[in-house]
Design a binder for this molecule. Structure first.
Ligand SMILES: *[C@@H]1O[C@H](CO)[C@@H](O)[C@H](O)[C@H]1NC(C)=O
Ligand SMILES: *[C@@H]1O[C@H](CO)[C@@H](O)[C@H](O)[C@H]1NC(C)=O
Ligand SMILES: *[C@@H]1O[C@H](CO)[C@@H](O)[C@H](O)[C@H]1NC(C)=O
Ligand SMILES: *[C@@H]1O[C@H](CO)[C@@H](O)[C@H](O)[C@H]1NC(C)=O
Length: 490
């Protein structure tokens, strides 16, 4: 009798446990994201100032794959009520969007505040709250005021002061209602993809130099905004503030020790560049980053390291300057050790690594759930299990309504994340990039990430739900990842 009871209890738990792997923990939050330049349009509406993406797309249309601009994009500047409608229909817990710096401050400075800019974000925030959707706000998602680019933008440390003033204004105007702040979105892309790889605004080619100057300013800017919030607003407003860092998972290409070390170096230098100063016990850049760049700079006849050092005070101000680590993750790559001859400096040469995506990965090279799980565990080990919000995860395709690839991607990635939570990782939210198709930077409108399709040929920019929207709505309703996805696909 006792044996039978035990067997029953055991089988109950094993069934329950198998099921639990697809169920989100209590209080886990699900949402979607966008960014001002990619959706708002209204590039010159009212008194909005020009930003570096307006400038780039207007002066160098050939840099954008389809020669397009974000002048109109999804026209969310005019159609934001439609956005709230589709968010409500999805049932999301929160909506992550960014504030366009020059819509609020046309010159980038706080001496001139746009009343229409204030009204736009006030209306959006109020409407989200009326519909029980929490606003999660990014202060900087790549659209730097052109006025600040004239004197060097992020390569000039003074930009951190302008950012701090902008941040204080935003907290004071919206912080009574916004309780989750992200200072900077994707520092790697802001500094490396632009100054290092020459792939985005401000389109200045300065590898191994401009990228590192930019990196220092971005980190200092983040810490200034954090401490302003902490000292002047936290007590009254009671919110949280963090940073969003983008990274691949770096898997060694072979089991040879040089490749295993190269993959670890890739993680330390691409991700640790940003995470180590804020989330590690010692602070500052990772040791390997400092020593490699210093050594190579010496070989290249520089009199000091190309990596600008932090002062003692900057190191202390950065260390611990986040309530959470926002993580954007899109790809896993295979990394091998590569020796580059001395020549023109670059971040890649400083790292001494090469990256490769395996086209034979299943279900496809964009969907590598085991890489995501390994990344989350690496973060847990490396930074003493910080609070992590997944602030972006997404899948590119051509924009079809039957977006099976996207459904499979989010299903598999969310499962891998739940496994990582089972491994003990402290992850509390998952954000789909993106609520709708939008202006995908240098790719223009050629690749799509949305749960909703946007008709860019219709002045109404009609939003239509894809299979992935129906899938994600069900996930949110049931707080469960369905194993069988055929019901979402026609
Ligand atoms: C705004 O930009 C559009 C082009 O996107 C142009 O046709 C229009 O004249 C501009 N409006 C103002 C007020 O400058
Ligand atoms: C973009 O512009 C370039 C040069 O102006 C032109 O050669 C190319 O055909 C254009 N591409 C598209 C998709 O319009
Ligand atoms: C490396 O070794 C592990 C464990 O022995 C094995 O599972 C993995 O496939 C190997 N990876 C490569 C790239 O050979
Ligand atoms: C745009 O929306 C308006 C109002 O709903 C409608 O009257 C109009 O026909 C639509 N235009 C197009 C091109 O679909």
């Amino acid at each position: 009798m006792q044996f039978l009871a035990e067997l029953l209890i055991l089988s109950y738990f094993s069934i329950h446990f198998a099921h639990a792997q697809n169920i989100f923990p209590d209080h886990f939050r699900l949402g979607v994201a966008s960014a001002s330049y990619q959706i708002e349009g209204g590039w010159n509406a009212s008194d909005k100032g020009e930003n570096i993406w307006d400038r780039l797309t207007h002066e160098h249309p050939e840099v954008i794959k389809d020669n397009s601009t974000g002048d109109v994009a999804c026209d969310s500047y005019h159609l934001w009520k439609k956005d709230v409608e589709i968010l409500k229909n999805l049932g999301v817990d929160y909506y992550r969007f960014s504030i366009s710096w020059t819509r609020l401050l046309p010159t980038g400075r706080v001496d001139k505040i746009s009343s229409d800019g204030l009204k736009y974000y006030n209306d959006l925030i109020d409407s989200l709250l009326e519909n029980k959707i929490e606003p999660v706000v990014t202060l900087y998602h790549w659209d730097l005021p052109q006025a600040l680019q004239y004197f060097g933008g992020w390569t000039n440390l003074i930009t951190s002061d302008f950012f701090a003033q902008y941040a204080r204004l935003v907290f004071s105007r919206f912080g009574d209602r916004v309780k989750t702040w992200i200072t900077i979105n994707e520092p790697y892309s802001i500094c490396e993809t632009t100054y290092g790889d020459f792939q985005g605004a401000p389109l200045i080619h300065s590898p191994g130099i401009g990228d590192y100057l930019c990196g220092k300013t971005i980190l200092v800017a983040h810490s200034k905004a954090f401490h302003i919030y902490d000292k002047e607003f936290r007590e009254k407003q009671g919110g949280k503030i963090g940073i969003t860092i983008d990274t691949i998972w770096a898997e060694p290409r072979t089991n040879k020790s040089e490749d295993v070390e190269a993959a670890e170096r890739e993680m330390q230098m691409s991700f640790g560049w940003w995470a180590h100063p804020i989330f590690s016990t010692n602070g500052d850049y990772p040791e390997i980053m400092k020593s490699r760049i210093e050594e190579r700079s010496r070989q290249e006849n520089f009199v000091e390291s190309r990596l600008p050092s932090f002062t003692k005070e900057e190191i202390l101000n950065l260390r611990g300057s986040a309530d959470f680590l926002g993580l954007n993750h899109y790809n896993t790559k295979l990394i091998s050790n590569t020796e580059f001859p001395i020549g023109e400096p670059s971040f890649q040469k400083d790292k001494g690594t090469s990256a490769f995506q395996d086209p034979n990965w299943k279900p496809n090279k964009h969907t590598v759930p085991w890489g995501f799980r390994k990344l989350l565990n690496w973060i847990k080990r490396e930074y003493d299990n910080p609070l992590v919000y997944i602030t972006e995860n997404g899948f590119p395709d051509e924009g079809q309504l039957q977006d099976v690839g996207r459904v499979i991607f989010h299903k598999e990635m969310m499962k891998a994340m739940l496994q990582a939570i089972g491994d003990g990782c402290n992850i509390q939210s998952y954000t789909v990039w993106s609520i709708m198709d939008n202006m995908e930077w240098r790719d223009g409108y050629t690749i799509k990430f949305g749960l909703y399709q946007v008709d860019f040929n219709n002045p109404n920019r009609t939003r239509t739900p894809k299979a992935s929207a129906k899938f994600f709505k069900t996930v949110i309703e049931t707080r469960t990842i369905p194993e069988n996805i055929t019901m979402f696909i026609e």
